[in-house]
Design a protein around this ligand. Structure first.
Ligand code: FEO
Ligand code: CA
Ligand code: CA
Length: 673
């Protein structure tokens, strides 16, 4: 059911990436492996087809070992205290229909689907819901979360949430998927998008309470006007009968993960936008998984812009990174074409030393790519209107890159089982391949046979042409604010190595990868704008008793099982927090914390689990609280309003409601301490 409503059954369709670029990678990896066998020093420079990269000392310094269990870091027992921030007793895997938290912690539901947030919005009444009511209430299926300070109001923060998608069978009593009504469709439009809602902190605990009717509260829906900016704005590819300028579009769809910018705005990925569009027959649409028949929700019956046969360019106006200014409730949110068009999981920003933004973004599809945008304009400090307007244009000019990963072990040692190669690490080097550059005077393509506009609108095809590395569903990508290393969650890919699909490589080392992995990327000289990098796998997920798992070398009898990493976040101490979606080990999804440095590096501990059918999303870890979005509770095959499969959060007999939860230590101490 999650597959059906969230991503349009993406995993049941054929893989959209049918390009053959993995063979290029094999050739280079084989050539490299001979070279790397001769390396000896702690730091090694590895020549690649297009440049040089520094292998991290930790990676190069490992000795030859055969299996994860034998990895050198595991041979020294890890004693002493857990990393600051992670000193909690892990929650055991479970299938409890609740948010299960460690002993010594408390929780509260901050806001639920349907809670009124705007002036005039009525109390939630699921039996009599209207589109107008929904447009003033918290939307459905909260995913990414951001918290930003409220100027001049102590103890308050603005919570910004994504509302990724709707589960019509869990929202409407008697829903008929073959014949949705106009009212149901319009409620669904109003339940998608974003929400901004001010929340108030309890003075003594980590409890948060929503402040309805605050002047900063806002809803953005599938019908809110957006401005299209950047190099493809105004392109013929983006013009429609309703918008001959190619610069205005209604709504944002399927916002999954996101990020908070250093200039005080939020970014939101438009992910599985393809599923809302019907009746396509173009090859470019096929590469994005846009269907040839009716869509799941039948929106094309109520607005022809969702019918590709009638309005061919509307679908070119989705699949972008959206920027939202939570401090100006009258602002028009933007879609940034310079960051490319694909199934953006989200985008996160790191600044260069001279103040330019670098945005990382994964394309969440089996065998799709990892991208980076390097801006050319510098961020300005200040809060004046002119400064904010300048900063809102930072993502319009710069260069878009796609990642190519090269392993440093002989290809024959990457056998697809997850067995570590003889150098003891899945690791290597990589390069960022430029696709196109946008400037104030126009844009330049770096891809043969594609114009710059085509690169920004058909970005997946540009990645195919330059031989980008096919990854196991790149989800959240997040730089560690303490170390600068970049962490990439690769959630799973059961098709890896199956049939004619690409087989395991060192960066995606397991065939039929059910549990996913997390890759740690170090930009050359630790500069975010570098065009080469070193990488290693930080976690290879699964049951730690499974030899095909790896926890940064930490003893596997001391870690929690984990499956399908999705969102990643950092606490103020630089510990990595990982939420999961689709646990394939039989437990409910959860949130995990793990140290990324020091002797406890790799000691993964489960902090919480979520109710039946739910996914853990949007983690934010502040000193005194953990905030999670509990997305799609009760979303289990066969569930409906009449036949619920969860009683969360309000108990038996009440409709199931996606909600945001805050968790804190009872003694008021910092998280985990
Ligand atoms: Fe909406 Fe890639 O998870
Ligand atoms: Ca290796
Ligand atoms: Ca996600």
């Amino acid at each position: 059911m999650t597959c059906r409503f969230r991503c349009g059954d993406a995993c049941f369709h054929e893989v959209p990436n049918t390009s053959t670029n993995e063979y290029v990678g094999d050739v280079i990896a084989t050539a490299l492996s001979r070279r790397t066998m001769m390396r000896a020093a702690a730091v090694v420079t590895v020549a690649t087809g297009a440049g040089a990269a520094v292998v991290t000392p930790a990676a190069a310094g490992t000795t030859d070992t055969g299996t994860a269990a034998d990895a050198p870091a595991a041979t020294a027992a890890k004693q002493g205290k857990a990393a600051r921030g992670l000193r909690f007793a892990p929650v055991a895997p479970n299938t409890t229909d609740a948010v299960v938290i460690p002993d010594g912690y408390q929780q509260n539901v901050v806001i639920r689907w349907g809670d009124p947030i705007l002036r005039g919005a009525p109390a939630f009444d699921p039996e009599n819901q209207t589109a107008k009511a929904q447009a003033g209430q918290f939307g459905y299926n909260n995913d990414f979360l951001a918290l930003l300070p409220v100027p001049g109001e102590r103890g308050r923060q603005i919570l910004v949430a994504n509302h990724e998608y709707t589960d019509e069978v869990l929202m409407f009593r008697g829903y008929d998927p073959a014949n949705p009504t106009r009212e149901q469709v319009e409620i669904a439009w109003a339940a998608h998008g974003l929400a901004a809602v001010v929340v108030e902190e309890d003075k003594r605990t980590g409890k948060l309470t929503a402040v309805p009717r605050h002047h900063l509260n806002r809803r953005v829906t599938a019908t809110t006007e957006f401005r299209i900016t950047g190099p493809a704005a105004g392109s013929d590819l983006l013009k429609t009968s309703a918008d001959p300028t190619g610069t205005k579009v209604l709504g944002t769809l399927n916002n999954c993960a996101g990020g908070t910018t250093p200039w005080g705005t939020t970014l939101h990925g438009e992910e599985n936008f393809n599923q809302y569009f019907a009746n396509s027959s173009r090859a470019t649409d096929k590469r994005y998984g846009i269907g040839t028949g009716a869509s799941e929700r039948k929106w094309e019956r109520f607005d022809k812009r969702f019918d590709v046969a009638q309005e061919p360019n509307e679908v070119h106006r989705f699949g972008y990174i959206v920027e939202f200014d939570p401090y100006d409730p009258t602002s028009t949110p933007r879609k940034h074409t310079a960051l490319g068009r694909f199934k953006h999981e989200g985008a996160t920003i790191r600044l260069t030393a001279d103040g330019r933004p670098v945005a990382y973004s994964g394309d969440d599809e089996r065998f799709d790519y990892l991208y980076k945008f390097v801006g050319s304009k510098r961020m300005k400090q200040g809060t004046s209107r002119a400064v904010r307007e300048h900063n809102l244009s930072l993502l319009d000019e710069g260069t878009l890159y796609v990642a190519k990963f090269t392993g440093n072990s002989p290809a024959i040692e990457i056998d697809g089982t997850g067995k570590l190669p003889s150098d003891g690490e899945f690791d290597g080097s990589g390069e960022w391949i430029p696709l196109a550059t946008a400037t104030a005077d126009g844009a330049v393509s770096h891809v043969d046979g594609m114009t710059a506009e085509e690169v920004f609108v058909f970005t997946r095809l540009a990645g195919d042409k330059v031989g980008a590395t096919k990854m196991d569903r790149p989800e959240d990508v997040e730089p560690n604010p303490v170390s600068g290393k970049v962490y990439v969650a690769l959630t799973n890919n059961s098709n890896r190595g199956v049939g004619s699909n690409a087989k395991a490589d060192e960066a995606n080392p397991r065939n039929a990868n059910k549990h996913g992995h997390i890759l740690e990327l170090t930009e050359r000289w630790n500069r975010p704008e570098s065009t080469t990098f070193a990488w290693q796998l930080f976690l290879v997920a699964g049951d730690p008793n499974d030899p095909a798992t790896y926890f940064a070398g930490f003893p596997k009898d001391q870690v929690s099982p984990i499956s399908c990493p999705d969102n990643v976040a950092f606490d103020p101490h630089g510990n990595l927090w990982i939420s999961t979606d689709g646990n394939a080990l039989g437990s409910h999804d959860g949130l995990f914390g793990v140290a990324t440095k020091g002797e406890r590096r790799g000691e993964l501990k489960q902090f919480l689990t979520v109710p039946n059918g739910a996914e853990t999303c949007g983690p934010i870890v502040q000193d005194r609280r953990v905030l999670v979005a509990v997305q799609h509770p009760g979303e289990i095959d066969g569930a409906s309003v009449e036949n619920p499969k969860s009683a969360w959060p309000d108990g038996e007999g009440k409709i199931v409601r996606p909600s945001v939860v805050s968790v804190w230590a009872v003694d008021g101490s910092d998280i985990g301490v």
